[in-house]
Design a protein around this ligand. Sequence first.
Ligand SMILES: [Zn+2]
Length: 270
Amino acid sequence: MDYIDPHIHMVSRTTDDYETLARMGCVAMSEPAFWAGFDRGSVDSFRDYFRQLTQFEPKRAAQFGIKHYTWLCINAKEAENVSLSREVIAMIPEFLTAPNVLGIGEIGLNKNTKNESTIFLEHVELAVKYQQQILIHTPHLEDKYQGTRMILDMLMHDTRVDRSRVLVDHVEEHTIEAVLENGFWAGMTLYPVTKCTPQRAADMIERYGPERLMANSAGDWGPSKPTAIPDLIMELKRRGHTREQIHRVVYENPRRFFAQSSNFRTHDLP
Ligand SMILES: [Zn+2]
């Protein structure tokens, strides 16, 4: 079945992974900017990273017929360096007209600190100013509930933010309801170690329905499985979900969400 992975970090994957994803039905993906595993030292380091995301990765994906989109930001882990974060935010507009940029992301919180909140809000300001969509990272494990709450409060406090253009990722059973009932889109991240398994994701789809809900693999340089969405498709088939129901979550929903960005080319998709 054709599907879209709305959150996958291909800079950390091999070309063989692109081939495997194409064989499994992946037709498009979006790659939010994230932490490199080490703190970057200067704004130029980010400029090069954004060139990789906007110039090199789309070409690598295209070799396998996959459309590659991206989101730009400095991630929450590096937000403790407020002055560097501000330099990066000031530089991002250089890339917003690149043809594969969908918006600002993945922004959010990591340890729920004051500096992280400050830089989060400055990213939101940037998104509002340039009418960009937003992709949100919510913290892991014990920081998740409080961090998600803080993020939703900050977003809902700002009446200029259009919630139907915001995707809140890494939702779990204890955070999904607040995200969906306030009008945001929700993304379930399928991970072999932490976060959510295909079984738990299938449970959430059954409990909350497919409206504004999607799934992603996050596929990064940590333990992760870039083909996690085909696993979810298999689990949903096993439970008797119809082809249309499954297609809605793994293809139609990300397509509809992305289509709110002027850079997204719906007619390029199968
Ligand atoms: Zn990520």
